[in-house]
Design a protein around this ligand. Sequence first.
Ligand SMILES: Nc1ncnc2c1ncn2[C@@H]1O[C@H](COP(=O)(O)OP(=O)(O)O)[C@@H](O)[C@H]1O
Ligand SMILES: O=P(O)(O)OC[C@H]1O[C@](O)(COP(=O)(O)O)[C@@H](O)[C@@H]1O
Length: 634
Amino acid sequence: MDPLIRAVESPTHQPLVSLWSIHRAHAALPAFLPATWNPFPLLCRPRRPSSASPPRPRVKQTLEPISGAPRELEGRRDGADRTEIEPSKPLAVSGTPPAGLVPSPTRPSRLLRCTMRRAPIRRIDPSPGRSIHPTPARPVGSVPTPPSHWRVPRFGGSNAVQFAPPAWVLRDSSRFGDLIPSLELSRKILENGCEGLSLLPVEQGRVDIAQRFTRYGSLSRTPVGDGDGSSTEKWNGYVNKDDRALLKVIKYASPTSAGAECINPDCSWVEHWVHRAGPRKEIYYEPEEVKAAIVTCGGLCPGLNDVIRQVLKGSMFITLLDHCGDNLQLSRDVVENINLNGGSFLGVSRGGAQTSDIVDSIQARRIDMLFVIGGNGSHAGANAIHEECRKRKLKVSVVAVPKTIDNDILFMDKTFGFDTAVEEAQRAINSAYIEARSAYHGIGLVKLMGRSSGFIAMHASLSSGQIDVCLIPEVSFTLDGEHGVLRHLEHLLNTKGFCVVCVAEGAGQDLLQKSNATDASGNVILSDFGVHMQQKIKKHFKDISVPADLKYIDPTYMVRACRANASDAILCTVLGQNAVHGAFAGFSGITSGICNTHYAFLPIPEVITTPKHVNPNSRMWHRCLTSTGQPDFH
Ligand SMILES: Nc1ncnc2c1ncn2[C@@H]1O[C@H](COP(=O)(O)OP(=O)(O)O)[C@@H](O)[C@H]1O
Ligand SMILES: O=P(O)(O)OC[C@H]1O[C@](O)(COP(=O)(O)O)[C@@H](O)[C@@H]1O
């Protein structure tokens, strides 16, 4: 099914992520399984119920423990002759199994291959106006215990969540019938099955939904050699629409494992599949006719120009870009060298227009694709636009590219600009180090950006190796008292003679007076912890009559108002290209990211559930503590 049309027309948005839960498989099964049993999900395949397919026979299997009575399990046999345990009876062996149980010698693997539970489809209600900023829920800086979302980044709401793959609705004819009950073609689908359907039966003629083959792969791309034995005829370089990447690869044996990100209380394995990004063979727009708009919002970020340029390069025939209400004709020539400079060629701002006005403009200008390059706020905006386009039944692909130096977007390995910002931040740290090292009782203090997450401070501290104390918003601390930061600085001056402190912008907000002011986008304007810390250090050492030479460095915008480094430039290139591929493939309401080293498309509502934070239990934060040698400050 045309995913764009699905997005535009379906009353229930079917997000792009396929997520299947193997319910409690690990917790309940191991005692019954041979040591070689693999609890990982490849053996499990999504069940796709279809009214066309005959009911599968029920089967019973017996588990024969070494000691104790045999137990019977019930399930259904699937087409591949595998048995699925009934969802309502996840294992029918509740309670703690007696020790020493082994699988039945008769067909053990069939029985226990996997336990599948079909989770209800979660309806996404992105509430366009909803603020995704963390402050209402958690006052900035007050971090008594790590909130659950730091430990459990996950898709969806409660329990097992399943997102259908793109064509799922079409294959599930009964569900499809529910969606569009009155249409002739949907009846045909019910009768004939849905495979191979390429036209959506809604308002044909008004919305052009026919797919066509892209010429992307035939332009100049040919396979190199045949050394690997693959046939050049078969090579096409396209990403299959059913390709998926696994989001999480660590299986935590216990919720207390370092950095465990558990979805279930018992930490049982749940697989998260994300759609692989890249060029599809079938596209839903005529490249020569596409009109696209790009917008860059929020704070500056190294690499914005690289993404803009790639959107132009990747899409062969984008003819129009729209910025601030003005039509700005862009061509490849115009953007040829923009990546050599920092900033945004299009400009950035906070705050902005009403969603309905933006969509009015999209409609009036007959724009087919909108590329939104921005952070959490921009993603919320993009989603609101996508929803409004759906409501108006407009064939518009809204695709985002996650941008922020703060690296605070969920599920992404990293956002572009972050690496560069860390590199720049390191320079500030190095200067502070040199100043502190060269002075008698020198103290270098560096404040780095990071509104609600301390990724820049943590990574810059780690990469520089010159930091003695790193303070981030996610970890609470006290300044005064026996276990406070100031006493530790005293200790450092006494022992090594100097020290360097790195604080994230959002750190220690609970120690400061709140202003409650917000910027034009609704982001809380933070109190300046860097200056507060500077004053506290000066006063403390004056009070105890110990000389201290404090040098305060706040590089502020210097870490982001620069050109992307090589690593970010590559990331921007790929993300920008993939955004175009996603739009041409007919997706809307998605973002183009990198997850678990693979480039992926993710549904926007999922990535804006909450900003990503440093997990204080993570290995990375512990590595940082090992590197700085700092104690707990409370
Ligand atoms: N919840 C929201 N819904 C719709 N638009 C939003 C929302 N939050 C922010 N925006 C818009 O997104 C744009 C960028 O948001 P901002 O928070 O400044 O930067 P960033 O995208 O980097 O987080 C602003 O124009 C703002 O009006
Ligand atoms: O002063 P400005 O431009 O509003 O930006 C300050 C904020 O921008 C950032 O650099 C990035 O924020 P965004 O991701 O919202 O663009 C933050 O670290 C910082 O708090």
